[in-house]
Design a protein around this ligand. Structure first.
Ligand code: 4NP
Length: 159
């Protein structure tokens, strides 16, 4: 089982979107049982809430159902337990590094460092933005998850 945790600030826009997108990709390939996919936030102010209205609506247009997801804060146990701990921007990477026990190699990382061909390191925060900001975030998340999935699938075949 490969564990993947996406981390953003509120866990109501970027990271639940990435969770929904990667889960859909994995399930489309019949590999749902081989992956544990989750998301969490560095800020607990939205804990218990579903993803934001525009995040749900724009994901739904592309076939992703985010309605069952609920926000939660990231914990040190998450960082230990998940194989891949992926921050959406540098603030998340810094917060995760602060929280992480010493001596963990290779995690946490920036989500988009798994997709260097995109030429981006961060998924910009769409919170309080307009629909185009959410569309752009979803475009980047879909491209990043496609690259990530290819890498994870390759590593699961050789593991
Ligand atoms: P997310 O977006 O990190 O992509 O879920 C945000 C949601 C809420 C806040 C910031 C970013 N906030 O400050 O409440």
């Amino acid at each position: 089982m490969i564990g993947v945790l996406f981390v953003c600030t509120g866990n109501i826009c970027r990271s639940p979107t990435a969770e929904g997108v990667l889960r859909a990709m994995v399930e489309r390939e019949g590999m749902g049982g081989a992956f544990r996919i989750d998301s969490a936030g560095t800020y607990d102010g939205h804990a218990g809430e579903p993803p934001s209205g525009p995040a749900i609506a724009i994901a739904k247009k592309r076939g992703y159902d985010l309605t069952a997801l609920r926000a939660r804060p990231v914990t040190v146990e998450d960082i230990v337990a998940f194989d891949h701990v992926l921050g959406m921007d540098r603030t998340h990477l810094a917060a995760l590094r602060k929280l992480a026990p010493k001596g963990l190699t290779g995690k946490p990382r920036l989500f988009l460092d798994t997709a260097p061909h995109l030429g981006l390191r961060e998924v910009a925060d769409p919170w309080m933005g307009d629909a185009a900001d959410y569309e752009r975030a979803l475009d980047i998340i879909e491209a990043g998850c496609a690259a990530l999935f290819e890498q994870l699938r390759a590593s699961s075949l050789t593991a």
